[in-house]
Each structure stands twice: as structure tokens, then as C-alpha cells.
Design a protein around this ligand. Sequence first.
Ligand code: AHR
Length: 503
Amino acid sequence: MNAKISLNKDYVIGKIEPGIYGSFIEHLGRAVYGGIYEPNHPTADDMGFRRDVIELVRALDVPIVRYPGGNFVSGYNWEDGTGPRALRPRRRDLAWQTIETNEIGTDEFQEWAKRAGTEVMMAVNLGTRGPDEARNFIEYCNLDSGTYYSDMRVKNGFREPFKFKKWCLGNEMDGPWQICSKTADEYGRIAYETAKLMRMIDPDIELIACGSSGSGMNTFGTWEATMLKHCYNEVDYVSLHTYYANYEKDTKNFLARTMDMDHFIKSVVATCDYAKAVARGKKTINLSFDEWNVWYHSNEPDDTRPKIERWDIAPGQLEDVYTFEDALVAGAMLITLLRHADRVKIACLAQLVNVIAPIMTRTGGSAWAQTIFYPYMHASKYGRGTALLTKVECDRYDSRDFTDVPYIDSAAVYNEEKEELTVFALNRSLDDHAVTTIDLRSFEGYDLCEHITLTHDDVYAANTEANPWQVTPKSNGETKVSSGVAHSILPKLSWNVIRFKKI
Ligand code: AHR
């Protein structure tokens, strides 16, 4: 198969905000306890955080982490995770049916974030709670001192305010599973009032309103339009969530699922712009794709792991073991996000540790990188700068749910400061490599720096504690540059990172 990728330095989609490479840690399963925090682990630091996990998070260069949920946040009392630990209550977490000990809360998590070199994207509870608690919480986190809650933080040992910039106004409030879910009108009103109060405390924050929990929701579209009618002028982003599955074991169809993601993004952009017209809005609302990933292995009927008991502490929930084909889908999702970098300004791979995550740990044991770790790491490391328009000419196929799926999917990122161009490319073909040309004429003097590939003969190959290096990238891709054109071979079923640099 032949393919042609055309791009030009001057044809720009938009600046890539670092927040597009964010992630997510929820008080769920072993994400916090046994994940980032395990005081008895041999690598634990002075606060009980696992150093081996921090090292892996740092390798991913994660710019921002959403916290503390997720479904969890809709029943969470932020005060429980602050102040003297001995006084913190144990509570039933109704969202995941576990016991939350509150050993870790905002006080500790903001310190973990510093150690992991990341920022916190905080969420407020708009399920069981509302504007009053949200205003108190932001006062606790972001005000210097001299008021009740800011002084409480100082008394708890934190002289400097945490200064969280980005705040989520609840989570998936349209979903019937959500604790105290709402209609679009109810949510729009509470989001408006909460945002108003939070901004009175700290006018410098950015606020994310809940969009639909997924494009499959019955209310998708009308939810966004209705809730924005109430809060358009008070919020900055609308959230999107999506998880893909391959229960049918149909790789061709699975790899095409990003066609749906693309459509989802375009629909939310259109709805935000419609709401702008209705609100006579001056600003443009951007998108926060703050939950995206593959998620289904831990839900498969033949999953043989013991079932979780209710009201346990930090049981192993949602521990998907990712395969090679999942890594390809994760790569395709990253390409899709990059192609919408003009409007998607935040995105969070859900989640970061143990729970549907690129990083896995064994409690008391090692930490390792799952297959999806690699495309995420490549995009985060090499995908900083400006997203360029790419035109891909290649063969297409039809699958069970999609038609006209391009075999080759690609996004290009230009880093002017570093004088680097990176082309991310996915070959969806199960049978053929793609002999591909990339037009580099607008990049005079650029030559190949490295062509990284992620390939495997077995789509179900996975990285486990016993065999953590089954699926790993190699710097062995075939690319040659001559007369302003790069000639690349994209192996069948492969993720490619082709890096060029000015010489
Ligand atoms: O990421 C796991 C869960 O998926 C989150 O708690 C929720 O927001 C979504 O449904």
C-alpha cells in the first residue's frame, strides 16, 4: 500500500496546550492507596509516596492531573481530606462501594503533584453538595490567609496557597449512575451559581462544565446546549468523556473507533458555538476531553479475577491489562486530539495508576508500564508546539460500524523553538505495510532524527509484572529523507513517531 502525507509549516491547526497531555487520579480502586501512596513500600518517600511510580509519571511528563474524581467526587466532602490525619473520618464511598479512609486528601495530593512534576485540576462536588462548599473549598486552596478557610489551611501546615487554576464543576452530572445526577437545567443553574461564587473568591480560575458522559447518552447535544444556556458566560470549557472497547475481538473495527471520537469532538464544538450565538457570547468555549481511554478488559465476562467485596478498602477495581491493539487505539485517540488542538485545550488519559491506567503496580511489588504508556509518552514528549494540518492520501476500508476508514491516520507537530517536526502515524492495516512519503519542502534543512515504531505480531500481547517489556517501542523505523521528501515504511499494525530536526 502507498500513502502520502502532505503538510506545510504555515498551515496551522492551532497551538497545542500542554494540558492536552493531562491525566486523572480518582479515589478509586488502587489508584491512590497501593498506587501513588504506599507507606510501607521499599521505594516510599518521607510522605509514603511510591518513588518508583513518581519516576514513571515523570517519564510521561504529565502536565496536569484531574483529582479526586470521577464518580467519587459527587459524594466527597473535601474537608475529610484535610487537617490532622488522626481526626479524619472513614466513610462509605457510595460511587464505588468501598471504604474511604481519607488518609490521602487535598493536603497530601497537592504535595504528590509537586513531587511528580505536575499540576492539579481540582473537581468540586456538585452531587451531594453545591456552591457553598465549593466556595469554601476554593478559599481553603487558593486564598493567601486572613479568612476562615485560608487560615485553616495555614493551621494545617500549608503557609502557601495551593493556587489550583483549573476546576471541574462536578462530574458526569447527566449520568443516572451519578450520585445526585441532574437534569440539564438543574445542572446549568447550579454550575452557574457555583462558578459565580468561586470566581468571586478567585477571579483567575478556569472552569470546566460537565458535558455529556458520552456521545451515546440520550440527552447528548441537548444537554450541552441547555446547560450552556444557563452558564455560558461563567465557564471556560465543556467536558467530554469516552472509552472504547473491543468485546467482539474485531481489531479492524476497534481501530476505527476514533472516527466516532472525531465526530464527537466536532459535535461538541458545534454545540458550544451554537450556545455562543444564543448567549451573544464574546468568548469561545473550548473543550476539556477529561476522560479518554480504552476500558473493557476488567468488565469482560471471562475475567477470572476474584470479584470485589463491597465496602473493602482500596480493592483492585478497573485494573484493565492493556494489549498491543489497545496501544494502537490510544495512539489513534491522541492523533484525534491533536487534530482538534484548536479547540481541545485539556485532555486527560483516564486514569494514571492501576485504574484503567498506563502505570501498574503490585502492592508491595514493582511498578511497570502498560502498552498504552508508550504512545502517551511519545505524544507528551514530542507533541509540544503547534499542530499542523496534515492531508493523508491512502486506501480506505469499511468495518462493522464504520465506512471509509483511512488505513493511515496522522498528525504533525511543529516545535519552532526546538526546530523539530514530529509526525505521528498509525497504520491500521492488519496485512500491509505502507510505503509513505511525507512532504518536507517547507522544512528546509530538516533531516531525520529518529523513527520510533511500536509493533507486535500478537494484537493481544500485554506487559505484565512477570514480562514487563513484551510491547515496547524501538528506534528502528525505516525513513530516509531526500530532496525535501521523507520516504517511510509504516509497518502493518504500527504506531510510528517520525522525528525530524533542523541540521
Ligand atoms: O474513570 C472511571 C469512571 O468513568 C469515572 O469515575 C467516571 O467519571 C466515568 O464514568
